[in-house]
Design a protein around this ligand. Structure first.
Ligand code: NAD
Length: 500
């Protein structure tokens, strides 16, 4: 009997009633792992209604009440790290250590949310005028919808809901239909932590559920993470329906290697960042720009390391790289490599003929390395989201930065150098929201916000950190006057209020 993954509405599991189901595969075997309910508009409506009802009390609950729940959730999450990581590996395919890393990065945001008391302190100016005080406070937005991608089924939801609920909002999560189980386990742990029913809901589904959320009058804000075309659509549609939106999109992250860099360290970093999680990370390095005469030596060092990567099932502790998410995605990723030579690339490693013994049905692809990639090659222009690393050559720093900045994406960008002046220049000149200096995957810690520029983010706010708290709250300024009883009585004054 195949496992069935249901919704979580109003504090309990709710069976899907739409009659539509999506397949969930074990990517390491290619076999069915589960089927997931795909919500209809009516089921989305039920989840939003539960969140709206819960908002009536959660929105005015005390900070002490909210943080007590979050501290208990933090402890439960910590105790269940392994189990959640196993759920991630079973449906996503990434290796267990990588899945544990994803849970740890989600936990960071939960910890930030535990400290919401200090983050939500307002500002007060006393005696701005005679007996007049002004306070700036922040209040919740209402019902937040979170829509997440397949590649971080535990972490990306945790970029969103811990801060949203800490700020007093209620939440409806629509996880990726490709790996839906971790979201339900998180919902169970939140319930166990004492979160009131309806504060956190999960509707499983595909684009139909997304469209229903974007147009729903009961949803006040939308946090989206996924590919650029969908992010652009989500932003346009939800803002047209009057909602506050942050929509994070795809990426093509560059790593600029300057001639003075430690080439072994740069090669280690490029290989880790390009092939970790099979390249299915929005912060994966997918383009290395080698500056000056180092190109051949760097490519050779990358090749040596990439060839040694052990590809295998995520549940095998000796595997370093797991399978891709679906057969269709694997075939699409492979098509970039098979078409590369005709577009002028040198195929150093193809990665397309890999089989893993005992797991022949898995969605495998080995590390692929393309050198001397022209900027008009499809493998360079498009986000591949697989284990394919493109190396480009540049004569000078300026030429290298121009390549980085001509990309329509602007998520992460890294520079590898021993020259502090060049690094500082890159930090200021790179058109990306997150920059690494000798750090290939500069994902900010929980208390700094995560987000890209250009086609990597639609909206004004990055996720988590200070930006996340601002996104999940509305500002209000209260001006107060308490007249002294001995004061002369007030009189009518039609002039514009001024402070004396
Ligand atoms: P995706 O855009 O296909 O799906 C994301 C979410 O949108 C899912 O919940 C999915 O059900 C829904 N969706 C898919 N197609 C839709 C449509 N046509 N209309 C409405 N909703 C739709 O992304 P994915 O394949 O799940 O994830 C990989 C992508 O996410 C990559 O492009 C990656 O770069 C990006 N990503 C970005 C970040 C970031 O922080 N910028 C983080 C993780 C992943």
């Amino acid at each position: 009997m195949t496992k069935t993954v249901h919704h979580w509405i109003g504090g309990k599991p709710v069976e899907g009633t739409s009659g539509r189901w999506g397949p969930v595969a074990d990517p390491a075997t290619g076999e069915a792992a589960a089927r997931v309910a795909l919500a209809s508009a009516d089921e989305v409506d039920a989840a939003v209604a539960a969140a709206r009802d819960a908002y009536a009390t959660w929105g005015t609950s005390s900070l002490a009440q909210r943080t007590a729940v979050l501290f208990r959730f933090r402890a439960l999450l910590d105790a269940h790290r392994d189990e959640i990581a196993e759920l991630v590996t079973a449906e996503h395919g990434k290796v267990h250590s990588d899945a544990l890393g994803e849970v740890a990065r989600g936990l960071e945001v939960v910890e930030l949310a535990c400290g919401i008391t200090t983050q939500l302190k307002g500002e007060l100016s006393t005696q701005v005028s005679n007996r007049v005080d002004v306070a700036s406070i922040r209040q919740p937005v209402g019902v937040v919808a979170g829509i997440s991608p397949f590649n971080f089924p535990a972490m990306v939801p945790m970029w969103m809901f811990p801060l949203a609920i800490a700020c007093g909002n209620t939440f409806v999560l629509k996880p990726s239909e490709k790996d839906p189980s971790p979201s339900i386990r998180l919902a169970e742990l939140l319930a166990e932590a004492g979160l009131p029913d309806g504060v956190f809901n999960v509707v499983q589904g595909d684009k139909d559920a997304v469209e229903a959320l974007l147009a729903h009058p009961g949803v006040d804000a939308v946090s989206f993470v996924g590919s650029t075309p969908v992010a652009r659509h989500v932003h346009a549609t939800a803002t047209a329906h009057g909602k506050r939106v942050q929509a994070l999109g795809g990426a093509k992250n560059h790593m600029l290697v300057l001639p003075d860099a430690d080439l072994d360290a740069a090669a280690d970093a490029a290989v880790s960042a390009a092939y970790g999680s099979s390249g299915e990370r929005c912060m994966a390095v997918s383009a290395v720009v080698a500056v000056g005469a180092i190109g051949d030596a760097l490519v050779e060092k990358i090749r040596e390391r990439a060839e040694k990567i052990k590809v295998g099932p995520g549940s095998d502790p000796t595997s370093e790289m797991g399978p891709l998410i679906t057969a269709a995605h694997r075939d699409k990723v492979a098509s970039y490599v098979t078409g590369a030579a005709a577009e002028g690339c040198e195929v150093v490693l193809a990665g397309t003929d890999l089989t893993v013994e005992g797991h022949e049905g898995g969605f495998w692809m080995g590390p692929a390395l393309l050198d001397k990639v022209p900027t008009d090659a499809r493998a360079y222009r498009e986000e591949i989201f697989g284990p394919v690393l493109c190396v480009l050559r540049a004569e000078t720093y300026e030429e290298g930065v121009a390549i980085v900045n001509a990309s329509p994406y602007g998520n992460g960008a890294a520079v590898f150098t021993r020259d502090g002046g060049a690094a500082r220049r890159f930090q200021l000149e790179a058109e990306a929201g997150m920059v690494g200096v000798n750090v290939p995957i500069p994902v900010p810690v929980g208390y700094h916000s995560f987000g890209g520029w250009k086609d990597s983010l639609f909206g004004d706010h990055h996720v988590y950190g200070t930006d996340g708290i601002r996104f999940y709250t509305r500002g209000k300024v209260v001006t107060t006057r308490w007249p002294d009883p001995s004061e002369t009585p007030s009189g009518v004054d039609l002039g514009f209020p001024r402070h004396h």
